[in-house]
Design a protein around this ligand. Structure first.
Ligand code: PHB
Length: 397
């Protein structure tokens, strides 16, 4: 006993420090458990950057509108740029899962990126939410994949039928030379030729820096009734520029296809050459629902331009994550989350959508649209609706 003060024995001091450390650790752990981490892997640079931008914007908008807490958990987005290079996607997905311990991986601007991450999702039992890529086989590559974008088969079968029934007899095709382009071509051809149409020429262009000029010159000479075009989001502007420069807009050769080539974020910049193009697609900024009007207005206000179909796919992807977390009461077990997503139905800015419980793929309306001028701006104006379209491209088992 010194200075009249009581001193704690050494052992007691040790216990007190250990106790304090313990509670700090427990607090940190509790905080970690209170956070749900989403690794968002997108092409923010390179040729597919418009897809990354649209999805990143849409996720931000959704979180501004709905808040960043769901089922008592704080949502944290970790954005990574893979430049649409699948080796990068794989490395980033691995780092996000192992180091950051994310509860979801999401995004995936192109098919090869979505496929590269699939084995990691399976191994780690982490849901992979595909918000952009559109090849049918993707959801078959992991039981943890759920898609909120689209498949090329959904739109290409429908435009194939429409073309055959609407006086288009001879078509030349131009498709991007990778998996979704091949799906677009296969499913268009299947339905168009079954309806009596003929494909007179097939050209494939590389995904990176495609040159459309040689194809367009040949088309000008061959004079098919229409050209069927699939290029991924972001490339429609340069295709239509070259189409107009070669005077094809004045030659009576129609542009048809899935709607990727007429993406809303580029459409206004394409000028009058785009007028009359008929495409089948999941989304138009001109979709006349109250929800879409609000969505378009909010997106324009926040980012200064129109949302395209990639923005809507991202908006629905983050919605799916929020709703699944509500259903699991905030639990982040991968199997429980995927189970919660199966069969989920909701109203999207694109119209009513759901997740097919069998395939984990999106079921949605496909609209046939024609480019028209409305109040001085170009829009894809919807004129026919095919309801609740499932993917036609799943492997028959
Ligand atoms: C894809 O790579 O799957 C993809 C990308 C952009 C599109 C459509 C499909 O517009």
């Amino acid at each position: 006993m010194f200075n009249g003060k009581k001193r704690l024995p050494r052992a007691a001091v040790g216990v007190a420090i250990a106790g304090a450390l313990g509670s700090i650790l427990a607090l940190a752990q509790a905080q970690a458990q209170e956070t749900v981490k989403i690794g968002l892997i997108l092409p923010m640079t390179g040729g597919q950057a418009s897809t990354g931008k649209q999805i990143d914007n849409a996720v931000k908008l959704y979180m501004q509108q709905k808040g960043d807490t769901v089922a008592g958990k704080k949502i944290e987005i970790i954005l990574k740029d893979d430049g649409a290079v699948p080796d990068n996607t794989k490395r980033l997905a691995q780092e996000l899962i192992v180091n950051d311990k994310v509860h979801f991986i999401a995004g995936f601007g192109v098919t090869p990126a979505a496929l590269a991450a699939a084995p990691l999702a399976t191994q780690a039992k982490v849901p992979e939410i595909v918000m952009a890529a559109g090849t049918s086989i993707i959801t078959e590559r992991s039981p943890y994949i759920v898609r909120t974008s689209f498949t090329l088969a959904q739109s290409s079968t429908i435009i194939g039928d429409w073309a055959a029934k609407n006086g288009i007899k001879k078509v030349a095709t131009l498709t991007s030379d990778y998996a979704p382009g091949n799906d677009a071509l296969t499913f268009f051809k299947q339905n168009f030729t079954a309806g009596g149409g003929e494909v007179v020429e097939e050209v494939k262009v590389p995904l990176a820096n495609p040159d459309f000029a040689p194809f367009l010159q040949r088309m000008k000479d061959a004079k098919p009734d229409a050209v069927f075009v699939f290029v991924p989001a972001g490339q429609g502007g340069s295709f239509m520029k070259q189409y107009a420069e070669r005077g094809l807009d004045k030659s009576g050769i129609k542009v048809i296809g899935p709607g990727d080539v007429m993406d809303d974020d580029l459409l206004n910049g394409m000028g009058d050459a785009a007028l009359g193009a008929v495409t089948a697609h999941l989304y138009s900024a001109a979709h006349p629902s109250a929800m879409n009007k609000e969505f378009v207005a909010a997106y324009k206000k926040a980012f200064g331009n129109r949302p395209g179909f990639m923005a809507v796919s991202g908006y629905d992807g983050i919605h799916l994550i929020y709703e699944a977390l509500k259903k699991t009461g905030g639990k982040t077990d991968g199997d429980a989350l995927v189970e919660a997503m199966k069969g989920m139905k909701w109203e999207s800015p694109r119209g009513p959508i759901s997740i097919d419980p069998e395939t984990r793929d999106i079921v949605q309306n496909i609209y046939i649209r024609k480019v028209e001028k409305v109040d001085g701006e170009l829009y894809n104006v919807e004129f026919a609706t095919f309801e609740a379209v499932k993917d036609a491209g799943k492997t028959k088992k």
